[in-house]
Design a protein around this ligand. Structure first.
Ligand code: GCW
Length: 690
């Protein structure tokens, strides 16, 4: 480059940066502070009637962030406060004169502190306060699919937060930051390791490390739980069997539980994935899930530990994967020990962008059942796509099961209110990693936040949660908040539309689940791991017939849902291909043929994301440059991916429908042959796209 050119280039760069500064004077933020960005020099007057680590945190948070009247924190064991439970609290008073916070236990005060700070940050504080808050679920738990080598199954935000290699000597400051973030939204439990569990997690060496993390979490009232491998007695204990009815095996688990509780007296319990996707379980010994769960429960019972036994089981030989969890678990209803909870994924198959709720909700009435949601976006574009998931979580929680007539929602069937169980719990598969912004995509933080808020109160609206999160995470500016709340509320539906609208499911690329592969077929692979099993496209139509004439999965739902889903005329069109094999010419409620409707949905998904790009660019003035650019960049990826999905699915299904794509829909820009050659590897997607 000659000198003149060099000078010109320098000038241009300087002008460019000056322009950038003029456009955006907000300080760059890396997202590491999550929604906890309040200023920290408020200097409030706060006192408490007791001292403890949790109360110290409550005091400190309020002292530094509360800008109002003096606050008195009181823990009281008065009988008339028992209804608050361990986590509830009362706040009363006047924000200009005096505020009193009362709770039955110290953690109630902790949650109250974060509640007040949140109300203040989002501008929702009335002058006279009179608040009673009691969480809907007792146990509000994150499940980490973190492996001991610090890789994360379905994790898209870096490596595991748990630095096993440095523990117990070195303690990352992020353990406390993580605990604080969780406590601030009411999460009170964390399963540290992957459900595909290594037996090594229960080794003496690992337990010493787990103890350190539990110690870090304790002041924030986050209990630690572990996923266990059912064959640990053989793998770790060197026994000859892991048969749950074997006396030595039972003793091994009891001893292991005793060992854990000696180190971690408030240890929460075990999460178990057994006889699922190749993992060992009681069925390997001719026993049942009931035998397995009860045996482990007996080991934990003396310490008040619980077993969360997953119902995510399916077997390639059955005719419909969606029916299997129900078939497997319903016969045991009422026979589990009182410290067993059955953990059920929100839908009958597997965390798809949209599924009907699992029929086990409402059907299992004599055993506590807990919903499991996936916060990490395995099936919703990893940390590349902006997909606000509160609407997905709520769609399930608000679904009417009709188990006891109207009002028997999934939430009511699982929060203890409908069937009167003593334990209630809810789990979310975490989307955290060691990325500086915790979740990869700045907006993925909203899903962690929303899970916590809904676990506390499933009656909150997706809109209000989005508004609170935006105000705390970005700015209170009303134009920004209104505009981006609207974008967030549309985002999950957009993903459904460009990936798998109208009840399509599991047409993802094999293995990593990023991108479309509805054509994916290998003769030697389990059919229920391949998309054609789910879409069943042929010259007549597309969709899985789960009606009474098909697999009869509809029969697992109560009336009138059973009949509603069974009849193509009454079936919610959002679930049409979930329950029906629909003819290409079938007339939809819109008056269009099914094929045309499918095309319009794919197009709508694409159009939405293009719109999100425009909307985001318009709010640039309200967002710091660092996060603005990152979101902008990710929306570009999402736009390209949306077109990829649309072209791949429409061109592929067109080979069956033999119909033209309506003329007002964007023409494909890719060739099916080229799309079918794409072979992404998970690490590449994350490397290239993050
Ligand atoms: O959806 C599947 C995932 C697996 C996961 C499994 C499960 C942890 O693809 O990665 O394994 O669900 O929930 O057990």
């Amino acid at each position: 480059m000659n000198n003149i050119n060099k000078t010109t280039t320098k000038c241009c760069i300087t002008i460019f940066f000056l322009c950038l500064l003029a456009i955006n004077t907000l300080q760059a933020e890396d997202g590491s502070n999550l929604w906890l960005r309040s200023e920290t020099n408020a200097n409030a007057t706060v006192s408490a009637n007791k001292q403890s680590a949790a109360i110290d945190i409550a005091i400190n948070e309020l002292r530094t962030q509360w800008r109002g009247a003096p606050i008195q924190l009181t823990v009281s064991s008065a009988k008339n406060l028992r209804y608050l439970g361990n986590d509830g609290f009362m706040i009363s008073g006047n924000i200009n004169t005096k505020i009193t916070v009362t709770a039955f236990s110290e953690q109630g005060l902790l949650y109250a502190a974060y509640h007040l700070i949140r109300l203040q940050a989002v501008g929702n504080l009335p002058e006279n306060i009179d608040i009673v808050e009691i969480p809907k679920y007792q146990l509000r738990i994150l499940n980490h699919w973190d492996n001991l080598n610090r890789s994360i199954e379905r994790g898209y935000a870096g490596k595991s937060l748990w630095e096993w290699e440095k523990l117990p000597a070195e303690i990352s400051p992020r353990y406390k930051e993580y605990a604080r973030a969780n406590a601030s939204v009411g999460i009170n439990g964390s399963v540290l390791n992957n459900v595909n569990a290594s037996p090594q997690i229960l080794s003496a060496e690992m337990l010493e490390k787990v103890k350190i993390i539990a110690d870090e979490f304790r002041p924030y009232h986050i209990k630690v739980y572990l996923s266990i491998n059912f064959s640990s007695p053989v793998e770790l204990g060197k026994l000859s069997t892991s048969d749950p009815l074997d006396k030595d095996v039972q003793k091994w688990w009891k001893n292991k539980a005793d060992e854990i509780y000696r180190l971690i007296p408030d240890f929460g319990g075990f999460l178990v994935k057994a006889n699922s996707e190749g993992l060992p379980g009681p069925q390997d010994f001719g026993r049942t899930h009931l035998d397995g769960a009860n045996m482990i429960a007996d080991a934990l019972a003396p310490h008040n530990g619980i077993v969360m036994w997953r119902a995510f089981v399916y077997n390639p030989t059955d005719n419909d994967r969606a029916k299997q969890a129900y078939q497997e678990f319903m016969p045991f209803d009422g026979q589990f020990r009182s410290n067993v909870i059955i953990q059920v994924k929100n839908g009958p198959v597997d965390f798809q962008p949209r599924e009907p709720f699992s029929p086990l909700f409402g059907a299992m009435q004599k055993t506590p059942v807990m919903p499991e949601f996936q916060i990490t976006q395995e099936y919703l574009g990893f940390s590349n796509h902006l997909a606000y998931l509160a609407p997905l979580f709520k769609e399930c929680l608000d679904s009417e099961t009709y188990a006891r007539g109207n009002g028997s929602t999934v939430a009511a069937a699982t929060d203890g209110s409908l069937f009167g169980h003593n334990i209630s719990a809810i789990a979310g598969v975490a989307n955290t990693g060691d990325n500086v912004n915790w979740c990869g995509h700045p907006f993925a933080q909203a899903n962690w936040y929303a899970f916590g808020r809904l676990a506390w109160n499933h009656n909150l609206s997706s809109e209000n949660i989005a508004r609170e999160w935006l105000k705390q995470t970005f700015t209170n500016n009303e134009e920004f908040v209104t505009t981006i709340t609207d974008l967030m509320l549309r985002s999950r539906e957009a993903v459904v539309d460009y990936m798998m609208p109208l009840g399509l499911h599991h047409i993802f690329a094999m293995g990593h689940h990023y991108g479309p592969e509805p054509w994916c077929y290998f003769p030697n692979v389990r059919p229920d791991w391949l998309p054609p099993y789910y879409h069943k496209a042929d010259s007549a139509g597309v969709g899985f017939d789960r009606t009474e004439k098909g697999s009869n999965a509809v029969s697992q739902y109560f009336s009138p849902l059973h009949e509603e889903f069974n009849d193509i005329k009454t079936c919610d069109e959002r679930f049409l291909l979930w329950f029906h094999h629909v003819e290409w010419n079938y007339e939809m409620k819109s008056g269009r043929t099914f094929w045309d409707e499918l095309c319009y949905h794919y197009q709508h998904g694409v159009t939405e994301v293009r719109d999100f790009q425009k909307i985001w660019d318009k709010v640039e003035q309200y967002v710091d440059a660092e996060r603005f650019v990152l979101v902008q960049y990710k929306l570009r990826i999402q736009s390209r991916d949306a077109v990829w999905w649309k072209d791949a699915c429409l061109l592929y299904f067109q080979t069956f429908s033999k119909k033209h794509i309506p003329y007002d829909i964007e023409r494909p820009i890719y060739d099916l042959d080229d799309l079918m050659k794409i072979r992404l590897k998970e690490p590449d997607i994350i490397k290239i796209k993050n």
